[in-house]
Structures are given as C-alpha cells and as structure tokens.
Design a binder for this molecule. Sequence first.
Ligand SMILES: Nc1ncnc2c1ncn2[C@@H]1O[C@H](COP(=O)(O)OP(=O)(O)OP(=O)(O)O)[C@@H](O)[C@H]1O
Length: 302
Amino acid sequence: MPVAAVLEIDRVSKRYGDVLACDHLTFGVRGGELFGFVGGNGAGKTTTMRIVLGVTAADAGEVRWNGVALDHSARRRFGYLPEERGLYPRMKVLDQLVYLAELHGFGVNEAHRNAETWIARLGLREHRDDEVQKLSLGNQQRVQLAAALVHEPDVLVLDEPFSGLDPIAVDVLAAILRERADTGVPVVFSSHQLDLVERLCDRIGIIRDGRMVACGTVDELRAGSGTTLIVHAPAAAAGWADDVEGVSVVESQDGRTRLRLADGADDQPVLAAALATGPVHEFSRHRPSLTELFCDVVGAQP
Ligand SMILES: Nc1ncnc2c1ncn2[C@@H]1O[C@H](COP(=O)(O)OP(=O)(O)OP(=O)(O)O)[C@@H](O)[C@H]1O
C-alpha cells in the first residue's frame, strides 16, 4: 500500500428535504491512522459513512481513495460496519463469514482460514455453528465486525463499532483497530463513547449539522479551546473574579471556581485576585477532556 494512502471526503453535501445532513463536509483519513468521527445525534455521521460506501449518493462533492474518485471496485476493498446491521439471520456464523469472504474474491480455503481467524479473535468460537439470529445482540455485533474484517480490507469504515460490546470485547476491538491501522489501513469509526475515542484515536473530527467544526489530535483541539483555570480559594465570595480582565467564570461551587482565560490573557491577575480573598489552595490549568471539548464545540451557537 502506498505511504500516501488517504481517504478524502471532499466538500460532500447531502440534503433530505429541509435537513442538510452533510454540508460541504471535508476531511481526510490517512493510512495508518485511527480517526474518530463524533457528533451529536443526527449530526450526519451515518449519512457520511453511507456516502463513502456508496450506499447513499451525495448531492455534491467527491470521495477519493489514493487520489482517485471511488467506484464500485475500489469500494469492494473497503470493510464497512453499517448502522443497520446486515447479516443473514438464519445463516450460521462460520458459513456467513466464509460466504462473505468468497464474495470478495477469496478462494474457499483462504475464506475458511480468514473466517476462523476472526471468529477466534472476536471470541466467537463456541458460536461458530450457531445461527446469527440466535445470538445475543453483542455477539451479533461481533459477527458483524468479523464480516467487516474477513476480506482483509484496505480501508475500514465502522459505524458505532463499539456499541453493545462488553468491556472485554471493547478492549479486543480496540486492539484490532490499532493493529489494522498499524498495517497502513485508514480506520474511521463513529462513536458516542468519547473517553474511548480520546484514548484510542490519532485524530478526531467533530461534526455538527453536517459540517466539520473541529478536527485534529486531542491536543490540537485543546489548543483551539482556550485555557481553563481551576482556582480553589475557600474564603472567596461569589463574584470575586468578575472584575478581572480576560477571564469569564464557567462555574463556581464551594470556593472552587472554573474560569475560561481568553487567548493571550495573563493568568497572574487572576492569581492576585484570588490571593486577595484569602488563602489559595489550588491554582492550576485544566486540560479539558474530549467530552468537555465536544460539549464546548457542539453546544456553542452556530
Ligand atoms: N433516509 C433519510 N431520510 C430523511 N432524513 C434522513 C435520512 N437519513 C438521515 N436523515 C436525516 O439526516 C440527518 C443526519 O442523520 P445521520 O443518521 O447521518 O446522523 P448521525 O450523526 O449518524 O446520528 P446518530 O448519532 O443519532 O446516529 C438527521 O437529521 C436525519 O434525520
């Protein structure tokens, strides 16, 4: 696979009646990268992934793989976990995975080998001869994941792959996705589990109303969010920081105040104002979590 392998979503738009599900949406996922695609309910994640896989047609824009607009044969090399899980309910797990690998051009022996490999990796050995419809939801999800992986795809696009998995399966899948990325595959997945996304992903894109509103590493997202200060001054009366230039109070409780420092503003006047109230037990800069960054970006007025 070329080093410059990249999946590009370029100014993709899609309208459903009054709803603009994707609005000139643009981002790229490089080979070897784990990319977390996050956004509130109805933000446009599933629509974007469907467009990437050709399940839904875009009104405008283009999706490219290695610089070339995607066509059917390129998409055959993609692994896709759709939101609407699409397995054959009465087919047995092993048969289903072998069948899917064969559909993607694998010979029968290789298809069997791959199917058995993913059945083992995803903890499905005891279910390999069960009908999919008889499995628990979490185990059906594991089969669906195996179905996305069984043909050794060049690109992975996974719509909420972690949903419904128990904590052990979450760890197994996290390791699998990292491993796939380490072989040069671009991996993009959506999730509402932001702690997991923060822990796992190299870069993250936050989508709101069909538009990419923040994209980068967690540190890059933090850099764009301004500085948060935590001050613990037990004797401070309410409103102690109101007259300090360049800060706004986010919340204040029991002498502990969280403040937002404007870009370029000096934090020392804040410390001086806090000391003027009495003892200061804590004065620190807070590194916001992805969940906090997400709430800032998604909760902000357009
Ligand atoms: N087939 C459709 N017909 C009409 N509207 C649609 C269709 N598919 C999606 N939409 C609308 O497009 C918008 C984006 O939906 P989408 O499913 O892409 O969001 P999402 O980010 O995946 O949300 P969630 O996190 O809830 O799964 C929503 O307002 C949704 O109602």
